[in-house]
Write a protein that binds this ligand. Sequence first.
Ligand code: ADP
Ligand code: ADP
Length: 228
Amino acid sequence: MIELKDVSVTYDKTKHLALSDVNLEIGTGEFVFVVGKSGAGKSTFIKLLLKELEPSLGQIKIDSRNITQMKKRDIPYYRRKLGIVFQDFRLLSEKTVYGNVAFAMEIVEKSPSEIKDRVNEVLELVGLSHRADYFPDQLSGGEQQRVGIARAIVNKPDFIICDEPTGNLDPNTSKDIMNILENINNQDTTIIMATHDKEIVNYMQKRVIALSGGKIIKDGRGGYPNED
Ligand code: ADP
Ligand code: ADP
């Protein structure tokens, strides 16, 4: 469970209040969209969860552990428990599909046999077994994002953060990607997805947390809320 209690973020230089008194809970196994216009605070929220940014006020707890009090040296270990999916995929161009996914396990020093079994398993899960030996520039955008998802889940993270994962994809490819994310979510992995893709949010009918000016203006299951 992820809990934010009275969280505010003020950017030092500009004194801009990017998140204002945010309170929310995200339970294990939930699928949550975080939506809002540009400047609403979505990236700031994601940076808090990645510990790239600290709240100016309030607390963030993950499974009852207060991550705002974590020691600096523990942050890399904390980040190993999350998977991240990016809008621009961020694959290593000199590695194959297999190599990109394997690399995430190599850096956490998993054994070669464990890596081989698990990489093949996740490539199967995202429907890319037949592309294992391809390089990223030989793949479509949708296939590249499936590699991004495989890499995000390969170390069995507690939760996955997706930052505009469909932002560079056409609507049909986006739906394929969402179906894969839904399958992963059905295996009890929490998914938090920041997006302003209305069509996708309406298609999925999941919990939607809407931000505007750094405040939660709506939190509930359904489609994309109206924006003024
Ligand atoms: P979103 O991801 O929804 O577009 P952000 O979280 O990036 O929103 O930004 C929220 C607000 O904080 C915006 O008004 C933005 O201009 C401001 N902001 C974001 N990053 C910084 C920063 N590094 N320094 C100052 N202000 C920032
Ligand atoms: P690198 O990551 O060094 O650029 P590769 O991406 O080709 O190299 O693969 C990394 C390792 O995984 C190599 O030892 C290679 O033999 C092995 N490997 C590559 N493709 C596959 C595959 N489809 N199935 C099993 N093992 C593979």
